[in-house]
Design a protein around this ligand. Structure first.
Ligand SMILES: *[C@@H]1O[C@H](CO)[C@@H](O)[C@H](O)[C@H]1NC(C)=O
Ligand SMILES: *[C@@H]1O[C@H](CO)[C@@H](O)[C@H](O)[C@H]1NC(C)=O
Ligand SMILES: *[C@@H]1O[C@H](CO)[C@@H](O)[C@H](O)[C@H]1NC(C)=O
Ligand SMILES: *[C@@H]1O[C@H](CO)[C@@H](O)[C@H](O)[C@H]1NC(C)=O
Ligand SMILES: *[C@@H]1O[C@H](CO)[C@@H](O)[C@H](O)[C@H]1NC(C)=O
Length: 579
């Protein structure tokens, strides 16, 4: 008989995803109820209320204050603990006693939840945390029932509450909520400041309810940036009130749009969950959708049949590179948009990937595909974009080609986002720029679904079996094995701000959004929070990670996210699927 059949009530040793910097747990059981008292501030100066109430919430419009963030985190913890928790039977061996005896109300209880910030808590929570706010926290849970979460900012408290909920489970018969792990000590904080997801909102439309669900999941795994690739050649769903035809004519459907109110709502929803939502309007390439409203601004629009001479994807089309009408359009666009997004973000992505020089041979403002002619025009174009972005108080982000292919001189503030292969990040940091990792070879979530192009009977054989350019699918282990600091000299590590996983939406819509994102995006979340190496400098172990990832997957599913399974149940129960 298997040893596990004799084990009585064997708690899991570590449940939290992403892995905290240090975590120690015990084996005592504590129950928690909605009546737990919440206290703010350090001992003696505390303000009490009962869970999930919070310090005073601001009613003002604009970015949430620290108090709003803590309030949201408490509401979410309340939900996660008492409404969407789960019975962890599948994480324990068959036949084992996996939970304590039913709660009769006499077992030890969590009595107090103390949230601490340095100095005057009320003052510290009265303003929005700055974009580079410290996200670290410490959590202790004593056997006599006191939880203390100490942090430097509201964001740290929010992360601490997210970790707290991951220590608790639903009881199968009493319905009570318990942790089998007391006492607990956690000292935690992120390795990288930028931990993000890039979602393509042009190739497919995702209503804001979908984006809210994504934001809840990002926040659970402590990701803090949501990059909206909100315009591209296929659709311009971004409503610009001063240019009403842009979305009215440029969106896939007139009702598949994001109004200023939608955008503010999504940004605000993210900010309350510690996630900065920021926009990318990709330029000058990837702009064919502008043609629908402003044909005079776009060159090489929808060339057929040889679209691939002029663009990476149909329809071809690029903003003219030497046009005063384009500049006037950009003035209007950014004067409308940037002040609206600014309250919730510190960065703005101006795009710059896959610019095709041949398209400018068809551009009547240039009539040349000669790089030596185009390069100074591109410099001027991007300087203009970045001047507008900085003028609105935002920091520009660009795709790697602007630096590595077009050799542009970029300001030292500019963050350069890599996507093509492992050497790009090293080239960016070698040039002294801040970099974001997320190569298509490892961190693209769309790869491996096969070609979305259809091939004629004449060309079909040469493309069989129709693998896409970044095939195969990058499974969670590939994502998990990627070290953002690989190949980067130690004196340039500080330039690696973090990274993003990317979901380009040619083959994703509302129906499969969740399964395309989760749990694979969470694998990147742990790399970016905890680093790719363990405390001994070794690659992190899949054997250790798999059950924890499977557990956070159960929490995502319980919260309404249709995340894919990590392993079959037998593997989770018996921990036997190891080679
Ligand atoms: C909330 O408001 C009350 C009354 O205005 C005040 O006494 C208390 O200090 C405030 N608490 C926080 C945390 O801001
Ligand atoms: C957490 O504890 C560590 C070690 O005791 C300490 O250095 C750090 O300042 C604490 N962090 C917070 C956010 O309180
Ligand atoms: C850019 O446009 C200006 C004004 O129309 C024109 O004088 C100039 O020759 C153009 N530059 C190039 C490189 O085509
Ligand atoms: C950028 O520099 C590289 C290396 O010197 C060169 O091969 C490339 O043509 C340049 N690109 C442009 C657009 O000038
Ligand atoms: C650690 O991971 C890296 C990147 O995935 C890989 O190249 C390397 O071989 C691994 N090291 C060991 C000791 O397995």
């Amino acid at each position: 008989m298997h040893l596990s059949h004799f084990l009585l009530f064997t708690p899991l040793v570590s449940a939290i995803w992403p892995l905290p910097r240090t975590l120690t747990t015990g084996t005592s059981t504590l129950w928690i109820s909605r009546n737990v008292a919440v206290k703010y501030g350090s001992a003696g100066a505390s303000i009490s209320s009962s869970f999930p109430a919070s310090p005073n919430i601001s009613s003002q419009a604009g970015p949430p204050t620290g108090a709003d963030i803590v309030h949201t985190a408490l509401l979410r913890a309340n939900n996660a603990l008492f409404k969407t928790n789960f019975v962890p039977w599948m994480l324990h061996p068959r036949g084992s006693v996996f939970e304590p005896g039913a709660d009769d109300g006499s077992g030890p209880q969590v009595t107090e939840l103390c949230l601490q910030l340095p100095g005057d808590t009320a003052a510290a929570l009265s303003t929005p945390p700055p974009p580079d706010a410290d996200e670290s926290y410490n959590l202790t849970l004593t056997v006599d029932g006191t939880v203390t979460i100490a942090a430097q900012t509201a964001l740290g408290l929010s992360h601490g509450l997210s970790s707290l909920t991951q220590l608790f489970y639903s009881h199968s018969s009493s319905g009570g909520v318990y942790t089998p792990l007391a006492p607990v000590t956690i000292v935690d904080g992120p390795v990288f400041p930028h931990r993000g997801l890039n979602l393509d909102l042009s190739r497919s439309y995702f209503p804001k309810e979908d984006l809210y669900r994504v934001l809840d999941a990002l926040s659970l795994v402590k990701m803090n940036r949501f990059h909206l690739h909100i315009t591209d050649s296929q659709s311009w769903p971004l409503v610009i009130p001063s240019l009403p035809d842009l979305a009215a004519k440029g969106a896939t459907r007139p009702d598949w749009v994001y109004t200023p109110e939608d955008l503010a709502a999504v940004q605000d929803y993210g900010a309350r969950r510690g996630v900065m939502v920021y926009l990318e309007t990709d330029m000058p390439g990837h702009t064919a959708s502008i043609y629908q409203a402003y044909p005079e601004l776009v060159a090489a629009y929808d060339v057929r049949p040889n679209w691939d001479t002029y663009a990476a994807e149909p329809p071809s089309g690029t903003l003219k590179l030497n046009s005063s009408k384009v500049e006037a359009f950009l003035d209007t666009l950014f004067a409308d948009l940037l002040p609206r997004v600014k309250p919730w973000t510190s960065i703005y992505h101006t795009g710059g990937d896959e610019v095709n020089e041949k398209a400018y041979g068809l551009d009547d403002s240039v009539k040349s595909s000669d790089k030596s002619v185009l390069q100074p025009l591109m410099q001027k174009f991007v300087d203009g974009l970045h001047k507008r972005v900085r003028g609105a108080g935002l920091t520009p982000v660009v795709w790697e080609e602007m630096l590595l292919v077009w050799n542009l001189t970029l300001g030292p503030d500019v963050i350069v986002q890599a996507w093509q292969g492992e050497t790009a990040v090293a080239a960016i940091t070698a040039a002294g720029h801040k970099a974001l990792v997320g190569s298509s070879t490892v961190w693209y979530l769309d790869c491996g679904h096969g070609q979305w192009l259809s091939f004629t009977p004449q060309t079909s054989a040469q493309f069989y079996p129709y693998a896409d350019y970044c095939s195969p699918r990058h499974n969670w282990k590939v994502i998990y094995a990627h070290d953002p600091l690989a190949h980067i000299p130690a004196d340039q590590h500080h330039l690696v701000q973090g990274g993003e996983v990317h979901l380009w939406a040619e083959q994703t819509d509302r129906q499969n959004l969740d399964t395309m994102l989760w749990p694979r995006a969470a694998a990147a979340a742990e790399v970016l929070w905890a680093g790719a190496k363990d405390e001994l400098g070794q690659n992190r172990s899949q054997v250790e990670a798999a059950p924890r990832l499977a557990e956070v997957r159960e929490r995502l599913v319980a919260g309404g996210v249709r995340a894919e399974p990590v392993q079959m149940v037998w593997c989770l129960r018996e921990r036997g699927c190891v080679l």
